[in-house]
Design a protein around this ligand. Structure first.
Ligand code: NAP
Ligand code: HSE
Length: 437
C-alpha cells in the first residue's frame, strides 16, 4: 500500500461532522477504495468550546486554519465552512501551499470558479467538488465520465433540498411555509443563511456550476434569471394541483442556436412526470444527451450523511490520483475554451401559468385574452372560480383567473402581463410561473 494520505478539514458543521464520521468509523473501507489509508489529521472550527458529537481519536481540533495550511504532511484541505470570502482565501492559500482541495461550496465555485481553477492549474493540484451540486447524487462524475460521449442538450433539475422539502411539506402535509423552513433548518438541509435557499440563489449557484460541467459555460449566479419559493402562494400550488401539476423549484438549461438558456424558478411539472414525484430533501437531475437520450439521476440532495458521501468519494478520487487526471484533461473554467453565449432571458421560450386577480365584470376575460392574443400568446386552458365573498360594503370580491399558455417568448409574455396589470379591472399584480414540458 502507498503511504498515508493526510487530510486537514476546515468546518465541522452538518457536512464536516458527516465526513469525520465516515473517515473515523469506516476508515478501512475508505482506505481499501483509495489504495492507501486516508487519515483525518486536523479539524478547524470557529468555536472550540462547542460540544461535538463525533469520536475524534487522533484528530487535532484547532481554530487556526494556518495550522493545516502550513503543515507539510497535509495532502488535501477539505473546505466545509460555506460562504465565499473566507472560503476563497482558504482554498487559494491551500493550493498555493501545494495541497489538493475538496469543497462542497457551490457559492465559491459559482462566483470564483475561474480564479480557483487557475490557481489549481498553477499549483498542479486538483479541486474536487462533487458535493457542491445535488448533495449525495454523483452528478458531476456522471456528466464527466458516464455521459462523456454526449453533447448535453438540456437539463432540468431539482437542486435545492430545502426548497423541495418545504414544497413537499406544504403540499402533502399542509404545513405552513415558516414551519416547513424551520424543520429544514433543524434537519441540517438549509444554508447558514436560508434566504439563499428560498430565494433561488443556491439553485442558481448550482446551475452555474452545472453549466460549466455540462456545457463548458463560464456563468456567474448573477447571470441566471431566478425566482425563489419565498413569494410562492399556496393558492398557486392548489391551482397547479387542480390542473394536474406539482410545483417544483427547477433549474433549467438548454443549448440552442441562440446560445445557452438558463433559468431558475418555481415551475409546474405534470404530476405523472418523474420530476414531480421527487419529494422531501431529494434532488433530481434530468439530462438529455444527443447519444444517450433522456436520463434521470435522483437521490438525497442535502443533509449530513448524503453530502459526506460525496465529499469522501472526492477524497478517494484525489488520493488515487484520478481527480488530478480529471483536472488536467477537463481544464475547467479555462480561459482557453471558446465562450458560450447566454441567451438573453427575454428571448427564452416556455409555457406559462398565469394567475390574474380581476373584477367580476362582463368583458374582462375577453380583454385579457385579446392582449395575450395580440402578442401571439396562445391560451391552452383556463380556470375561473366563483368570486370571493363581497366585502362589508357589498362590493364584489376579485375573481381569480388562471390561464395556461402554449409556448410563448418571454419578451412577449412580459409585455402582455405588464399591459394586463395596468388595466383598472386588475385587482392585484399577476402571478407567473414556468411550466416544464
Ligand atoms: P454549517 O453546519 O454551518 O457548518 C459550518 C462549519 O464551518 C462549522 O463547523 C463552523 O464552525 C465552521 N466555520 C465557519 N466559519 C469558519 C471559519 N472562519 N474558520 C473555521 N471554521 C469555520 O455548514 P454545512 O451545512 O456543514 O455546510 C458546509 C458547506 O457545505 C457549505 O458550503 C454548504 O453550502 C455545503 N453543503 C451543505 C449541504 C448540507 O446539506 N448542509 C449539502 C451540500 C453542500 P463552528 O462549528 O465552530 O461554528
Ligand atoms: N442548502 C442546500 C440545499 C444544501 O438545501 O439543497 C445542499 O447543497
Amino acid at each position: 500500500m502507498q503511504q498515508q494520505f493526510r487530510v486537514g478539514m476546515v468546518g465541522l458543521g452538518t457536512v464536516g461532522a458527516g465526513v469525520a464520521r465516515i473517515l473515523t468509523r469506516h476508515g478501512d473501507r475508505v482506505g481499501r477504495r483509495a489504495g492507501r489509508s486516508i487519515d483525518l489529521k486536523w479539524v478547524v472550527v470557529r468555536d472550540l468550546k462547542k460540544p461535538r458529537d463525533v469520536d475524534f481519536e487522533g484528530v487535532r481540533i484547532v481554530d487556526d486554519v494556518r495550522r493545516v495550511i502550513d503543515d507539510p504532511e497535509i495532502d488535501v484541505v477539505v473546505e466545509l465552512i460555506g460562504g465565499v470570502d473566507t472560503a476563497r482565501w482558504i482554498v487559494l492559500e491551500a493550493l498555493a501551499a501545494g495541497k489538493h482541495v475538496v469543497t462542497a461550496n457551490k457559492a465559491l465555485l459559482a462566483e470564483h470558479g475561474p480564479e480557483v481553477f487557475a490557481a489549481a492549474r498553477k499549483a498542479d493540484r486538483a479541486v474536487a467538488f462533487e458535493a457542491a451540486v445535488a448533495g449525495g447524487v454523483p452528478i458531476i462524475g456522471a456528466i464527466d465520465v458516464g455521459l462523456a460521449a454526449n453533447q448535453i442538450q438540456s437539463l432540468a433539475a431539482i437542486l435545492n433540498g430545502t426548497c423541495n422539502y418545504i414544497l413537499t411539506q406544504m403540499t402533502q402535509d399542509g404545513l405552513a411555509y415558516d414551519r416547513a423552513l424551520a424543520d429544514a433548518q433543524a434537519l441540517g438541509y438549509a444554508e447558514a443563511d436560508p434566504t439563499l435557499d428560498v430565494d433561488g440563489t443556491d439553485t442558481a449557484h448550482k446551475l452555474a456550476v452545472l453549466a460549466q460541467i455540462a456545457f463548458g459555460a463560464d456563468v456567474r449566479a448573477a447571470d441566471v434569471p431566478r425566482q425563489g419559493i419565498d413569494r410562492l402562494e399556496i393558492a398557486d400550488i392548489n391551482y397547479a394541483r387542480e390542473l394536474g401539476y406539482a410545483v417544483k423549484l427547477l433549474a433549467h438549461a438548454k443549448i440552442g442556436d441562440g446560445g445557452l438558456e438558463l433559468r431558475v424558478g418555481p415551475s409546474l411539472v405534470k404530476r405523472d412526470l418523474p420530476l414531480a414525484q421527487v419529494h422531501g430533501a431529494y434532488n433530481a437531475v434530468r439530462i438529455v444527451g444527443d447519444a444517450v437520450g433522456d436520463v434521470l439521476f435522483q437521490g438525497r440532495g442535502a443533509g449530513m450523511a448524503p453530502t459526506a458521501s460525496a465529499v469522501v468519494a472526492d477524497l478517494i478520487d484525489v488520493a488515487t490520483g484520478r481527480a488530478a487526471i480529471t483536472a488536467r484533461v477537463l481544464d475547467r473554467w479555462s480561459t482557453d475554451s471558446p465562450p458560450i453565449p447566454l441567451l438573453p432571458a427575454s428571448q427564452g421560450r416556455r409555457r406559462n401559468y398565469l394567475r390574474f386577480s380581476i373584477a367580476d365584470r362582463p368583458g374582462v376575460v375577453a380583454a385579457l385574452a385579446t392582449i395575450l392574443g395580440d402578442r401571439g400568446i396562445s391560451i391552452a386552458s383556463v380556470i375561473q372560480h366563483e368570486p370571493a365573498p363581497a366585502d362589508e360594503d357589498g362590493a364584489p370580491g376579485p375573481v381569480p383567473l388562471v390561464i395556461m399558455t402554449h409556448l410563448a417568448v418571454e419578451r412577449d409574455l412580459r409585455a402582455a402581463v405588464a399591459e394586463i396589470d395596468r388595466l383598472d379591472v386588475v385587482r392585484a399584480p399577476s402571478v407567473r410561473l414556468g411550466v416544464e414540458e
